[in-house]
Design a binder for this molecule. Structure first.
Ligand code: ZN
Ligand code: ZN
Length: 346
């Protein structure tokens, strides 16, 4: 075991504080990564505060990890010391179910292992990226292309793949009208990726406060959802609405913005169940769907896509001592657009 410095929540109600954790010794197929940067995802806060149910403490959050390989196990074939790599939301899966075989490890039915707040196959709790180092099986490590700086690449490991996967699956591209609902950490990546895929992109945000940013990042149109006129003007418009918000929504109102055969896809989720009138999907043969992160191979594809198009996330780099303040600012939607921890400050 190796002792490494980390930031952890000791319990659900407590602020995160500096501590030390044990990382396992490097096994045959393991990669030891010196973490350079870790993004702060809204789901880190949900989990650290038990908003999504009972959690494991102490908790070291962080599933947007970018770093450099510093050691490899004897069986490792895909990575070498010095490689620039990333780790996202998963560090293991059953590797045998239909979904795993199809590269959909995120929907593993045999038991996938989250990067933190989970228990590994060895029975030990997993600890995430707010730490100096992490040990991960090479099959759950991806390569960060040279053209991408590690700090702006880190948020791609969750925010990037969470938006890329549904945009690809629902065929966002030339001739398609795509709306991105919410202009936060996920939403701003949705805008960049949908634009790079060639779609006509509209941002639907609570206010017009971030309009300049939205247009700069690739949106063609920008509307405020607080304005009732928006729903009249855009009725029947979109092929795809990607909802990145985790606040409760009037789903019927949003489904009315889809054209026939359009899809409303959720990648954010409120903590409480939602209600809707099913006639909202019956008329127009509409789809209400969800999507969760993406598989490992697709995550690599997304990183290569972003590097090819020359963009990472828009970030605010912070030191580890600012994590608790950053959490409050994320909850207040006061971040443009992802906090990234410089892990050298832990
Ligand atoms: Zn996340
Ligand atoms: Zn599986």
């Amino acid at each position: 075991m190796t002792t490494v410095a980390a930031y952890a929540a000791p319990s659900a109600k407590a602020p995160l504080e500096r501590t030390t954790i044990q990382r396992r010794e490097v096994r045959e197929f393991d990669v030891l990564i010196d973490i350079k940067f870790a993004g702060i995802c809204h789901s880190d806060i949900h989990q650290a505060r038990e908003g999504w149910g009972e959690a494991i403490f102490p908790m070291v959050p962080g599933h947007e990890i970018a770093g450099v390989v510093s050691e490899v196990g004897p069986g490792v074939t895909r990575f070498a010391v010095g490689d620039r790599v990333g780790v996202g939301c998963l560090v293991d899966s059953c590797r045998e179910c239909d979904n795993c075989k199809a590269g959909l490890e995120q929907y593993c039915t045999g038991g996938s292992v989250g990067t933190y707040n989970a228990v590994g196959k060895d029975g030990e709790p997993t600890y995430g990226g707010y730490a100096e180092k992490i040990v991960v099986d090479e099959n759950f490590v991806v390569r960060i292309p040279d053209g991408l700086a590690l700090d702006v690449a880190a948020p791609l490991l969750c925010a990037g793949i969470t938006t890329y996967s549904p945009l690809k699956h629902w065929n966002a591209g030339p001739g398609k009208k795509v709306a991105v609902l919410g202009m936060g950490g996920l939403g701003h990546m949705g805008v960049k990726i949908a634009h790079a895929l060639g779609a006509e992109v509209t941002v639907l945000s609570q206010s017009l406060r971030k309009k300049d940013d939205g247009l700069r990042l690739g949106a063609d149109h920008y509307y405020a959802t607080s304005d009732p006129e928006t729903f009249k003007e855009l009725a029947g418009t979109f092929d795809l609405i990607l909802s990145t918000v985790s606040a409760p929504l009037d789903l019927d109102a949003y489904l009315a913005l889809l054209r026939t055969d359009g899809a409303f896809v959720n990648v954010g989720a409120p903590e409480e169940p939602v209600a809707l009138n099913l006639f909202s999907v019956i008329g127009g043969r509409k789809t209400l769907a969800g999507s969760g992160i993406g598989g490992i191979q697709e995550t690599q594809e997304m990183l290569d896509f972003c590097a090819e198009h020359g963009f990472g996330a828009e970030i605010e780099l912070i030191s580890a001592s600012e994590i608790n303040e950053a959490y409050e600012r994320v909850l207040a939607s006061d971040v443009r657009y992802r906090f990234v921890i410089d892990t050298a400050t832990i």
